[in-house]
Design a protein around this ligand. Structure first.
Ligand SMILES: Nc1ncnc2c1ncn2[C@@H]1O[C@H](COP(=O)(O)OP(=O)(O)O)[C@@H](O)[C@H]1O
Ligand SMILES: [Mg+2]
Ligand SMILES: [Zn+2]
Length: 266
């Protein structure tokens, strides 16, 4: 893909587990480590990235040459989302082929500027968008987001199996909302159970990249357009995102420099 070195999908089987929150914070963590990063919001019906990146309603991407669009910039990363094209207050009533068409256009007509990583914030499920992505562009890997809850885990399994079928390596699992952390008194509770991420990682021979607590600040900061990694760069949450980012960067470059090198000598 022009202007993009590595494509990483952030996915889950289920909605509401924190894909968009993880995508934006992971993107900002990679950016803080010196990489050039973009985010493509592939959730056509329920785009989140305008809000999470603090892009105001009505700001539109500029047209570029060759029928392309320039991504918007926020907090130092590039971004493209359906939310930049339509009024998100109007309900979108589109048939499947139109949704796939809109996704393909964003995928092929965005003029990314020299990215090391393009993170794709996937919609929930294992449907048309997921297949289109795997078929149209070379995806370096997928990060699976799950809560420790059994039902979310069942859905995460479907997500992992789908990426395997289309030969996209699963880089690991992020267990989100693992522990409720009360910011007032510091007490903690495993609202969605414990150990789910480990079980699934073991079952599918992959790793838990990180565990994020359920906290008020993660939600408030993401939903107000200044995600944890930029608002509280020294917090435990931001450190966890930095660790996830390092592992993602490492495993993507490892998987792509794994081939033999051929050299000639006299
Ligand atoms: N670890 C967390 N703690 C608290 N709230 C969270 C956490 N992760 C996500 N949220 C909130 O949960 C909601 C759903 O998250 P989102 O990232 O939009 O999920 P998805 O993209 O999987 O549908 C959002 O309001 C988000 O701010
Ligand atoms: Mg989302
Ligand atoms: Zn408390």
């Amino acid at each position: 893909m022009d202007g993009v070195k590595h494509i990483v999908a952030v996915a889950s089987g289920k909605g509401g587990v924190g894909k968009s929150t993880v995508t934006v914070n992971l993107a900002l963590a990679l950016s803080a480590q010196g990489y050039r990063v973009g985010v493509l919001d592939a959730d056509i019906y329920g785009p989140s990235q305008a809000q999470m990146l603090g892009v105001e309603e009505g700001v539109r991407p500029q047209a570029a040459a060759d029928n392309k669009f320039l991504p918007l910039e926020a907090h130092g990363i590039q971004a493209m989302s359906m939310a930049f094209m339509v009024n998100t207050r109007d309900a979108m009533v589109w048939r499947g082929p139109m949704v796939v068409g809109a996704f393909q256009q964003m995928l092929t007509q965005t003029q990314w500027d020299n990215l090391d990583f393009l993170l794709i914030d996937m919609p929930p499920g294992t449907g048309d968008i997921q297949l289109t992505l795997a078929q149209k562009v070379p995806v370096s890997g997928a990060v699976i987001v799950t809560t420790p809850q059994d039902i979310a885990l069942l859905d995460a399994r479907k997500g992992i199996e789908m990426f395997r079928k289309v030969n996209v390596p699963v880089l690991g699992v992020v267990e989100n909302m693992s522990l409720y952390h009360c910011e007032k008194c510091g007490h903690e509770a495993a609202i969605f159970g414990t150990g789910g991420g480990d079980r699934i990682a073991e079952e599918y021979d992959t790793t838990v990249l990180g565990r994020l607590p359920l906290t008020l600040s993660i939600r408030e900061l993401a939903d107000s357009g200044r995600p944890s990694v930029v608002s509280e760069p020294d917090s435990a949450v931001s450190r966890t995102f930095a660790e996830i980012a390092s592992q993602v960067a490492q495993s993507v470059s490892a998987s792509q420099s794994g081939g033999p090198t051929i050299s000639f000598s006299e």
